[in-house]
Design a protein around this ligand. Structure first.
Ligand code: NA7
Length: 292
């Protein structure tokens, strides 16, 4: 018999992930702060819980994927939070991108209940979430990952077990730091080319024929050239991740000056935008500044 899955957080990433669980036939209980986002999941057969606590009390495996550390704190430790309902022997998988320290605290809280915990942030964007082809970056015990695998395999195609609790978050923050710098650097390079009156797609064409060839040119460059910035990975979340990466580097005594400069850039781009944009919109920011 398939385990009952409780799914908390039906945002850009969580909704398609939960839909894949429903389609795979897992008994599913969902909760989202804005309940209306659960409508199509209820149509797909999921039950809408009144609180994360009620959800956890009904689930063998609980998955959370919410915006940021305060959101995770709220859905886990709130009065009607997951930890108030989580059953002994259950598993909690947090796929939000947060700090390794928060993952360690959640793991300890689960251990006190007799439940397993994994930090398992994901990469692959909304496209990967829809296709069920996410990549999971996992921290925690290998045996707990083995137990969670049948559920996680509905949503992902690759699983990297990276070490103890917090290791998944550490690698995820390092990875997003690199993405932020790549997209930021590509944006600046494009603004030089566009500023000189040349088309940005020629730069990309040349880059694709050089040692600078990289998937960011396949995935983000077309959006930048066509000025399509509907959020797949919203700039507000990349800004959050750069902050978390800087905090972590600070705790570790590691120097990351390019990340610090990049966070300033993403702060400015975020502040200048009225709408929720993808982080590729840093390209638009530099090109618009040139025009002023
Ligand atoms: P979204 O699309 O911004 O969705 C965020 C989700 O988190 C959404 O379900 C929100 O509920 C929920 N949220 C935000 N704040 C809270 C609080 N305070 N309490 C409860 N729930 C909350 O983000 P993504 O799906 O793209 O990304 C989710 C995570 O994965 C994030 O850590 C990324 O960095 C990676 P709402 O619908 O707004 O009521």
């Amino acid at each position: 018999m398939k385990p009952t899955v409780g799914f908390v957080g039906l945002g850009l990433m969580g909704r398609p992930m939960a839909l894949n669980l429903a389609r795979a036939g897992f008994p599913l209980v969902v909760w989202n702060r804005t309940a209306s986002k659960a409508d199509d999941l209820v149509v797909a057969g999921a039950r809408l819980a009144r609180s994360p606590r009620e959800l956890a009390a009904a689930a063998d495996v609980v998955i959370t994927i919410v915006s940021d550390p305060p959101a995770v704190e709220g859905v886990l430790w709130g009065a009607d939070g997951v930890l108030a309902g989580l059953r002994e022997g259950a598993l909690l998988v947090d796929s939000s991108t947060v700090s390794p320290g928060l993952a360690t605290r959640a793991a300890a809280a689960c251990a006190a209940i007799g439940a397993g915990f994994l930090d398992a942030p994901v990469t692959g964007g909304t496209w990967g979430a829809e296709k069920g082809e996410l990549v999971f970056l996992v921290g925690g015990e290998a045996a707990v990952l083995d137990r969670a695998r049948p559920v996680l395999e509905t949503m992902g195609k690759r699983f990297f077990h990276l070490g103890p609790h917090g290791a998944g978050q550490t690698v995820k923050l390092a990875m997003n730091l690199l993405f932020a710098l790549e997209v930021g650097a590509l944006s600046e390079a494009m603004s030089i080319v566009v500023g000189a009156g040349l088309p940005a797609d020629r730069l990309v064409e040349v880059m694709q024929a050089s040692m600078g060839r990289a998937p960011v040119l396949d995935i983000k460059a077309p959006l930048m050239i066509e000025q399509r910035y509907a959020p797949s990975f919203p700039i507000r979340l990349m800004h959050k991740d750069l902050g978390l990466a800087l905090d972590l580097a600070n705790q570790l005594g590691v120097s990351v000056p390019m990340a610090a400069a990049s966070r300033e850039v993403y702060s400015a781009v975020r502040g200048a935008a009225d709408e929720d944009l993808d982080y590729a919109a840093v390209a638009r920011y530099w090109q618009q500044r040139k025009k002023r």
